[in-house]
Design a protein around this ligand. Structure first.
Ligand code: BGC
Length: 367
């Protein structure tokens, strides 16, 4: 899909080269952004979570309002597809790329081509790894996401440091192994949960506590449902029940809920465990209102889209983008200057204020 833009440069590699030489020589972009001549490439990983669809749409709109054209592509969670899409964007002469990577490690060659062509690169939501050709990073504090999920579990179970509550049974899940954010989410959660597991207030009956044991391929809710079914069958025989589930996002939470319901959870005799989530997806907020999911972590993706769009515009107009973190996002090759937004924990008690009053979700969509 190519949104907007009339006189876009449809180019051969030669033109790209000529263009980048002009940029290098003059130190400024080829036009002022008037007339839709500058195109921003937006490469997003998937449409499987609604957030990416909304963010794609809102960035396209923000750029259009500023007079830029956009080139928005979704990779259907396929690394190969995304590499092709990004290379095509470079070949077409897009000026800045905003990339939400399927696999942060796999775009190195494409990023090198971008650098050679003078194309600036913004890592979107997920850090691009192992390459020096990443200019900026726009995301949320991912460690904090995991911390919010874990703290919620600890609070709701009433655990205290050094206490002797429980023991409560917990099962752990993480997102796709190739998504760099997963490390941050899981570390934030485990740094918080670990001491309670160690002192026996929390028990992981499946014994699956390492990240490599609990990742869910492509963040797929169906895979999560099957995984949870297997764990329930193998480790929760007789009267033993699950008290809490660390689910890293809403899609996985819904898969877990499906498996639990299949085993008779969700009644007063066998209540739902505490189940976390992330993304504040409408379907999951409905689950929270019903009481099947306990919480979600809200990330205002409208703000993230706006931060990335502003960064791109600054790069096009040779301004230095604003950042608030120049230390923590080491991609293995460089520390990528970043702007990180704060995530917010949401449950039944505050969803109206946080999600509805802010206009993120319409009240009517929750009925
Ligand atoms: C994002 C989450 C999202 C997940 C699956 C992560 O990188 O930060 O918001 O739920 O990918 O798309």
């Amino acid at each position: 899909m190519h949104a907007g833009g009339s006189a876009r440069l449809r180019t051969s590699t030669l033109v790209v080269l000529a263009l980048s030489l002009t940029v290098a020589a003059t130190g400024c972009s080829n036009d002022s952004g008037q007339g839709g001549q500058v195109t921003v490439g937006i490469a997003l990983p998937t449409r499987a979570q609604t957030r990416w669809i909304n963010e794609g749409e809102s960035m396209v709109k923000l750029f259009k309002d500023q007079g830029y054209a956009t080139d928005l592509q979704y990779a259907a969670d396929s690394v190969d597809k995304q590499v092709d899409q990004v290379e095509d964007m470079i070949a077409r002469g897009d000026k800045v790329l905003i990339i939400g990577a399927v696999d942060g490690f796999e775009l190195g060659d494409a990023l090198q081509k971008a650098a050679r062509a003078g194309v600036k690169v913004i890592a979107y939501d997920r850090l691009l790894l192992g390459s020096s050709n990443v200019d900026y990073y726009a995301s949320f504090n991912n460690y904090r996401v995991g911390q919010l999920q874990a703290k919620y579990i600890i609070d709701k179970l009433g655990l205290k440091k050094g206490g002797n509550a429980g023991p409560y049974n917990i099962e752990l899940f993480a997102g796709d192994a190739n998504d760099n954010n997963v490390q941050g989410f899981f570390k934030g959660a485990m740094d918080t949960l670990y001491e309670y597991i160690k002192d026996g207030q929390l028990v992981v009956k499946s014994d699956q506590t390492r990240l490599s044991q609990v990742t869910i391929f492509k963040w797929d809710g169906e895979v999560a449902a099957e995984t949870m079914e297997t764990r329930l069958k193998d480790y929760y025989k007789g009267s033993s029940t699950v008290d809490a589930v660390l689910a890293p996002n809403d899609g996985i939470a819904r898969g877990v809920i499906k498996a639990l319901k299949g085993k008779g959870y969700g009644t007063s005799a066998k209540p739902m465990p505490i189940i976390t989530g992330q993304d504040a997806e409408i379907e999951s907020v409905r689950e929270i209102i019903k009481g099947d999911q306990s919480m979600t972590v809200y990330k205002d993706t409208r703000k993230l889209a706006a931060v990335a769009a502003k960064m791109a515009e600054d790069l096009i107009t040779n301004k230095r983008p604003e950042v608030n973190d120049t230390e923590t996002n080491d991609n293995g090759n460089k520390i990528v200057p970043a702007y990180l937004l704060d995530p917010v924990g949401v449950d039944k008690s505050n969803y109206k204020k946080v999600l509805v009053e802010s206009g993120y979700i319409k009240a009517a969509d929750l009925n």
